[in-house]
Design a binder for this molecule. Structure first.
Ligand code: URA
Length: 439
C-alpha cells in the first residue's frame, strides 16, 4: 500500500519530465529520498532517468538534483585535519594513470588529496583496480580509515563507501542496467556529488575526447564540462576543466601492474612525457587554485620538483603502507608480472598512428585485464607496453609493443584488436591539451 502511494506520487514527477518540464526542488527531494530508501521501485526510477536522458535538465534543476544526491548520505569528516583539500577526476581513458602519481605529488607539496575513485568497466581501467595490483593494497576503506590515511599520508585512494552518496550508487547501477549511463546531466551530477562529498577546496576535471574516451567527440565533452562547471559554480567550488586527448594511449603502459610500474617511473622523475605533462599541469592548477603557488606555472614547477627529488615517491610508498601494502613493492618495483611476452610488430611502414584507441583497451580486456561485467575478476599482470608511440616513423617488422600475457589466454583476440587499432599513415596529432575551462 505504502509503495503504491509513493509510486503514484512519483508519477506526477514522471509527467513533469515527460512533458519537457523542470522538476521542482520538492519533486527532486521526494524522488531522490524515496529512491534511496527503497520506497520508489526501479521501474519508476528508470522511467524518470529516461525522461532526463531525453529532455535534459535546466541549470538550477541540475544543481538541485546534485544537492539532493549529496544529501542522501554522509560526507567525509575533515574536521581537525589541516587542508587545503584538492582532487582531480578524469572521465577515463586507455592508460590513464594520472591520478596515481598526481595525488602523492600534491601531498608532497603540502596539500591534502581525499581521492574517492572508481573501478574500470569496459575498455578503460580504474584507479582502484590498478592500485589493487600492489599486493595487500586495500581500497575498500570506511570513512574513518579514509580520514586516518589522509591525515597521516596527505593523500588516500578509496572506493565510494556505502554511506557516501548512496543515491549515486543506486542510480548508477540502474543507469548501467538500462542503457542510461551516457546522459550528460546524470554523468555531471554523479561525478560532482561524489567530489562535493569530499569537502574540497579546489577540483580539476579531466574530460577526455577521442576514440579511447568515454565520450568520443570533443563537443559532447565541452557540453559535459559546462554542465559540471555550472554545478561547481552553484556550490562555489573552484573548478577547472581540461579537455585532453585520448586519441592515443596515455603513456606507454596499458594494464594494471604495468601502469603502476609506469607510475613509479613518473614518481622517480622519469616515465613518459605525456604522463608527466598532465601530472604537472593538473598539479600546478590545483596548487595555484588554493594559493600554495603564485601561479599555475610555479605550481607545475613545484610538482615537477616533487617528482624529481623523490618526495612524491616517498609519499606514495607511505600511502601504500597505510593501505595494507608493503612499501618495498613500490620502492623496489616488486609487482605481479605475466609469465609470457609476445612481440607485436609493425605490419607496414610509415608514421605510427592510432586508428582506434578503444581497440587498445579492448586488447587488454581480451588478455584478461578488464571487466565485461562488474563481477569479472581482473588479471592484474597482463597488458601492453608500447615501444613506439604516435608520430614515430616505423618500418614493417619493427617492434611496436610487448604484449604481456598468461599462457596465450586471449592473445589472438588481443592481437586482432591491436592490428585494427593502429595505422601507418599518421599526419597531424591532436594536441594533448585541447581546452581549459574555468568555473
Ligand atoms: N563516472 C561517474 O562517476 N559517474 C557517471 O555517471 C559516469 C562516470
Amino acid at each position: 500500500m505504502k509503495e503504491r502511494r509513493l509510486a503514484m506520487d512519483a508519477r506526477d514527477v514522471l509527467r513533469t519530465k515527460r512533458d519537457g518540464g523542470e522538476l521542482s526542488p520538492e519533486e527532486i527531494d521526494a524522488f531522490i529520498t524515496g529512491y534511496s530508501r527503497g520506497e520508489i521501485p526501479d521501474y519508476v526510477a528508470s522511467a524518470l532517468l529516461m525522461g532526463i536522458f531525453q529532455v535534459g535538465m535546466a541549470e538550477g534543476e541540475l544543481a538541485y538534483w546534485t544537492r539532493a544526491m549529496l544529501n542522501s548520505g554522509a560526507r567525509l569528516d575533515l574536521e581537525g585535519i589541516e587542508g587545503p583539500f584538492v582532487d582531480k577526476h578524469s572521465t577515463g581513458g586507455v592508460g590513464d594513470k594520472v591520478s596515481l602519481p598526481l595525488a602523492p605529488a600534491l601531498a608532497a607539496c603540502g596539500v591534502r588529496v581525499p581521492m574517492v575513485s572508481g573501478r574500470g568497466l569496459g575498455h578503460t581501467g580504474g584507479t582502484l583496480d590498478k592500485l589493487e595490483s600492489i599486493e595487500g593494497f586495500t581500497t575498500e576503506l570506511a570513512l574513518d580509515d579514509l580520514r586516518r590515511v589522509l591525515e597521516s599520508a596527505g593523500a588516500v585512494f578509496g572506493a565510494q563507501t556505502a554511506d557516501l552518496v548512496p543515491a549515486d550508487k543506486k542510480l548508477y547501477a540502474l543507469r548501467d542496467a538500462t542503457g542510461l549511463v551516457e546522459s550528460l546531466p546524470l554523468i555531471a551530477s554523479s561525478i560532482l556529488s561524489k567530489k562535493l562529498a569530499e569537502g574540497l577546496d579546489a577540483l580539476v576535471l579531466d574530460v577526455k575526447f577521442g576514440s579511447g574516451a568515454f565520450l568520443g567527440d570533443a563537443e559532447r565533452g565541452t557540453e559535459l564540462a559546462r554542465a559540471m562547471l555550472s554545478i561547481a559554480r552553484s556550490f562555489e567550488l573552484p573548478t577547472t576543466v581540461y579537455q585532453t586527448s585520448m586519441e592515443a594511449p596515455l603513456g606507454r603502459a596499458v594494464g594494471h601492474a604495468l601502469e603502476i610500474e609506469e607510475t613509479i617511473a613518473c614518481l622517480n622523475g622519469g616515465g613518459p612525457r605525456d604522463l608527466r605533462e598532465l601530472v604537472t599541469t593538473f598539479g600546478g592548477e590545483l596548487l595555484a587554485a588554493v594559493r600554495r603557488a603564485p601561479d599555475r606555472g610555479a605550481g607545475a614547477a613545484a610538482i615537477a620538483a616533487s617528482l624529481d627529488d623523490g618526495s612524491a615517491l616517498t609519499r606514495f610508498a607511505t600511502i601504500v603502507e597505510l593501505q595494507g601494502g608493503d612499501r618495498r613493492s613500490v620502492l623496489e618495483v616488486d609487482l605481479p608480472r605475466a609469465p609470457h611476452e609476445h612481440a607485436f610488430e609493425a605490419a607496414g611502414s610509415g608514421v605510427l598512428g592510432f586508428a582506434d584507441c578503444r581497440a587498445i583497451g579492448l586488447a587488454v580486456c581480451a588478455l584478461g585485464g578488464g571487466r565485461r561485467v562488474p563481477e569479472d575478476r581482473i588479471d592484474p599482470a597482463v597488458g601492453i607496453v608500447w615501444e613506439r608511440t604516435a608520430g614515430d616513423p616505423v618500418r614493417a617488422g619493427d617492434l611496436l609493443a610487448r604484449v604481456h600475457h598468461r599462457d596465450g589466454r586471449g592473445l589472438d583476440e588481443a592481437l586482432a584488436h591491436l592490428a585494427s587499432g593502429v595505422h601507418f599513415d599518421a599526419s597531424d596529432r591532436s594536441p594533448l591539451v585541447l581546452k581549459r575551462l574555468e568555473a
